[in-house]
Write a protein that binds this ligand. Structure first.
Ligand SMILES: NC(=O)c1ccc[n+]([C@@H]2O[C@H](COP(=O)([O-])OP(=O)(O)OC[C@H]3O[C@@H](n4cnc5c(N)ncnc54)[C@H](OP(=O)(O)O)[C@@H]3O)[C@@H](O)[C@H]2O)c1
Length: 320
């Protein structure tokens, strides 16, 4: 058995449980690609796995997105070649915090000719793909519509504002949890950035994207215009779930939708791959900016602590 280094979750718990360990090098199955990982994105999602919010067998290698080079092709994969630089979603089975990972060929996008640095490319698969899918596929943003994005300076928040603009939205407003993040969010192209507690009196929005949860989710509903759509896509605050009053939706012509990238990739891998293509092309052409800070794979626990502190802006990636 060939081995490789990976960050593992041997038991559920705080960031301290993460361990650098030797694990089996995976061989690609039919329709899969094996990737030598250069960078793995660090995300809120991997913290949820580490905390045991998702029922996975232990020990578990987290990691929902990577950049790197194709190591080997599984049976039936013909449109990629060994050595090719790629960005990939590894969100269906995880495993990106490692020297190599397997994923469906549908979720792998070649980077040749794009001139994107691999460190930047690792920041795109989860948050940028999600931003396009949430606004285009789920909320169906129409030209000129107004959009409100919570946690606008964060990994996914920084992409949602820009994706809204690229999809033709009108007024694009972001909220942040502290004054220190206002400038960081503005740099991502929001028309206006406000403290979350000050958004209550704003003009209603056609679309609200909520990944904070708790009281923010409930108050976001009141910010929707008639025929407005709220997309629920996370619970960064860790608050208890909020009941959505269905009769109120009925009486006010409002819609609440959910989006989960892992479930979407499992159900619609080809469409998820096309959305990743779109994100990569937008980043390569300079239309979509990501602010990336790189740590080493061995510093995964530090990356998790920083994300959990809620103080990061932009995106952390782990260099393998
Ligand atoms: N559904 C999907 O497919 C999908 C895809 C990507 C991300 N997400 C979700 O979107 C959320 C953000 O992910 P991300 O990668 O953008 O993470 P991130 O960059 O760390 O952003 C999270 C932000 O949430 C806000 N927040 C509010 N209360 C918090 C708390 N108690 N602890 C930590 N942060 C808190 C903070 O912004 P402020 O300081 O502005 O409050 C923080 O910066 C997560 O819930 C994640 O699971 C979901």
């Amino acid at each position: 058995m060939d081995g490789m280094k990976a960050i593992t979750i041997p038991e559920f718990g705080g960031a301290d449980v993460l361990r650098l360990a030797e694990v089996e090098l995976p061989a690609p199955g039919p329709g899969q690609v094996s990737i030598d990982v250069s960078y793995a994105g660090a995300n809120f999602a991997e913290i949820l796995y580490r905390q045991g919010m998702v029922d996975v067998p232990l020990p578990f290698v987290p990691g929902i997105e990577v950049s790197g080079r194709v190591r080997a092709l599984g049976p039936g994969v013909e449109h990629l070649r060994v050595g090719q630089p790629v960005a990939a979603l590894t969100i269906v089975d995880s495993g990106g915090y490692a020297e190599a990972v397997n994923t469906s060929a549908d979720l792998v996008v070649p980077l040749d000719g794009h001139g994107l640095e691999l460190g930047v490319a690792a920041a795109l698969p989860s948050n940028s793909t999600t931003a396009f899918l949430v606004l285009d596929r789920v909320a169906r943003v129409a030209p000129g519509e107004s959009v409100l994005v919570h946690a606008a300076a964060g990994g996914v928040g920084s992409q949602l504002g820009q994706a809204a603009r690229l999809l033709g939205a009108g007024r694009v407003v972001g909220t942040v949890g502290s004054p220190a993040k206002i400038e960081a969010a503005r740099a991502f192209g929001y028309d206006e950035v406000v403290l979350r507690e000050q958004v209550a009196g704003a003009n209603p929005f056609d679309i609200v994207v909520d990944m904070v949860g708790g009281p923010v989710r409930r108050s976001s509903l009141d910010l929707l215009a008639p025929m407005g759509r709220m997309v629920v896509m996370g619970n960064a605050s860790g608050a208890d779930d909020v009941g959505i009053p269905a009769n109120e939706l009925w009486f006010t012509n409002r819609t609440v939708s959910g989006f989960n990238l892992a479930a979407f990739c499992a159900a619609f891998p080809a469409e998820a791959g096309r959305a990743l293509h779109r994100a990569v092309a937008a980043a390569a052409s300079g239309q979509l900016r990501v602010r990336v800070e790189s740590l080493r794979l061995e510093q995964a626990a530090q990356a998790h602590r920083r994300i959990e502190s809620g103080r990061t802006t932009g995106k952390l990636v782990l260099e393998v």
